[in-house]
Design a binder for this molecule. Structure first.
Ligand code: FEO
Length: 172
């Protein structure tokens, strides 16, 4: 059985991960509308990964005897002024998610919940990768995205992303 506060934080994080999926699908909708199908594809896959994260946390709660409770998933609240702005918003969002995961980790550390710390280790690493990916995409867009050929190449590159289920995540 998990500590109540830890269970509540992870339950809330399930919602945040589902919101992340919803937000990234919103990015994909925007890019599809702009004719940038590679960018849209990249964010469709990112949305799948976020759903995987939510499912991993849901499973962890269930396996620890917690009744998972769903709340509303908020409407994506970003506005896009140009084709770079979702990338900027995505980078900032991942930094925010890292802060949420860190908060749960700090709480687990404070009460010596080593099991939850071990569970969260995967997410700590994942957040490092996601922040790096988001920052790299933003930098590439800033460097090459203002030129038609550069934007075309970037769209091709992002369109080649392949979905990899988060099977290497924590044991469920
Ligand atoms: Fe599930 Fe992008 O963090």
């Amino acid at each position: 059985m998990l500590n109540d506060k830890i269970a509540k934080l992870i339950n809330e994080q399930v919602n945040k991960e589902l919101y992340s999926a919803y937000l990234y699908l919103d990015f994909a909708n925007y890019y599809a509308d702009e004719g940038l199908d590679g960018f849209a594809h990249w964010y469709e896959i990112q949305a799948q990964e976020e759903r995987d994260h939510a499912m991993m946390m849901r499973r962890y709660l269930i396996d620890n005897g917690i009744r998972v409770m769903f709340g509303e998933i908020a409407k994506p609240d970003k506005s896009y002024t140009d084709t770079t702005s979702p990338l900027q918003a995505g980078y900032e969002h991942e930094q925010y998610v890292t802060s949420l995961i860190n908060t749960i980790y700090a709480e687990a550390f404070a009460i010596k919940d080593f099991k939850t710390m071990q569970f969260l280790d995967w997410f700590i690493k994942e957040q490092g990768e996601e922040e790096k990916n988001a920052e790299d995409m933003l930098r590439k867009m800033e460097l090459f995205g203002h030129d038609a050929k550069g934007l075309y190449a970037l769209n091709q590159e992002l369109g080649a992303r392949v979905y990899m289920p988060s099977a290497t995540g924590p044991a469920m």
